[in-house]
Design a protein around this ligand. Structure first.
Ligand code: AMP
Ligand code: MG
Length: 331
């Protein structure tokens, strides 16, 4: 079985082609990078529609297969930015209708988890999923990925990006902050906000920006911002790990690239005798392969949708999705 997956929830338009043995035949992604400021949804959607034919053609060229070999078209219908989702859905619907292929709806958060599980050979992990738009600690229980902690306001990646923007650094800000934090040597007190199992980053962001304007050294602020935010994640992840007693800690999402975060979470895992499994970078960020792989899992359980009913779902929550394939494991 072969599925073409289309990712289009935010900054990236991607096409992945994956088979049911977990071979990634193609994973071609094009990221919209704003010249100034953050991601403008309409500008990102314009980028997606203009680049779509090229990305699609390149994916087929790389995979060395044709549309005849494809058993289904998977698309990320949410959560994400409306204009971006609609652009991806339009491409997927057109392909499914024209080539008479089943259309498979995929939840973007589920896809981040499934690709990481498949690539890292993880069966039943505690998941820490941190990206530009999501911050979620989750684990499988009773048919779904249940949320054991999430952000009450902005995502951690977004917090880093906005702080970086205020400091005059280019988008995305996460990698700049990681680099500058290595030169920081003084911890500046910032609000550490954990409420029950949830985290909040908006007060932390406001305080860090205020300190920046007060003239505190940028390197020290990057260091302090990382230490504070990552410690909050570690606290919640550690409690979830202890409560769920999972034996694996899986890290996914764009912020998974951060070495300091990896090192802190690997210690949390070690303390609880869990194996730490950070997803490799090409699968940490948004990509088409993760949608294709989750499409394979869905198609095997007949989870397809009529084109007329394939509405986008900008606020589609992870814990509202049934996961019938969970016990199947990785190929
Ligand atoms: P995603 O939304 O999953 O594609 O992830 C994008 C987010 O990851 C952005 O907010 C980036 O700033 C963040 N990011 C990427 N690399 C790093 C890094 N090395 N450290 C921290 N954040 C990062
Ligand atoms: Mg993402």
């Amino acid at each position: 079985m072969i599925v073409l997956g289309i990712e289009c929830t935010a900054h990236t338009f991607g096409c992945g082609i994956v088979d049911s043995d977990g071979h990634v035949l193609a994973n071609v992604n094009s990221e919209y990078v704003p010249i100034t400021g953050g991601i403008h949804p309409r500008e990102a959607a314009r980028h997606h529609s203009s680049i779509a034919p090229k990305v699609l053609a390149e994916a087929f060229k790389k995979s060395d297969i044709s549309m005849d070999d494809v058993d289904g078209i998977a698309v990320s219908l949410g959560p994400g930015l409306g204009p971006c989702l609609r652009t991806g859905a339009t491409v997927a619907r057109a392909l499914a209708a024209y080539y008479d292929k089943p259309l498979i709806p995929v939840n973007h958060c589920v896809a981040h988890i499934e690709i990481a599980k498949m690539i890292c050979k993880s069966l039943d992990p505690l998941v820490v999923y941190i990206s530009g738009g999501n911050t979620i600690v989750a684990a499988f229980s009773s048919g779904r990925y249940r949320i054991f902690g999430e952000t009450l306001d902005i995502a951690l990646g977004n917090c880093l990006d906005v702080f970086a923007r205020e400091a005059g650094l280019s988008h995305p800000g996460g990698p700049h902050i990681e680099r500058l934090a290595l030169k920081g040597n003084r911890y500046i007190q910032l609000p550490y906000v954990v409420k029950g199992q949830d985290v909040s980053f908006s007060g932390l962001l406001t305080a860090a920006i205020r300190r920046l304007k007060e003239g505190y050294r940028l390197e020290d602020l990057c260091f302090s911002l990382q230490e504070t935010a990552f410690s909050m994640i570690c606290e919640v992840a550690e409690r979830a790990l202890s409560h769920t007693m999972k034996h694996e800690l899986l890290l996914t999402g764009g912020v998974a690239a951060n070495k300091r975060l990896r090192s802190m979470l690997s210690k949390v895992a070690e303390l609880h005798e869990a194996t730490f499994k950070p997803v490799p970078l090409q699968y940490a960020r948004d990509n088409g392969a993760m949608i294709a792989w989750t499409g394979i899992l869905g198609l095997q359980f007949g989870l397809i949708l009529n084109v007329e009913k394939s509405y986008v779902r900008p606020r589609w929550r992870l814990d509202s999705v049934d996961i019938p394939w969970f016990r199947e494991g990785f190929p």
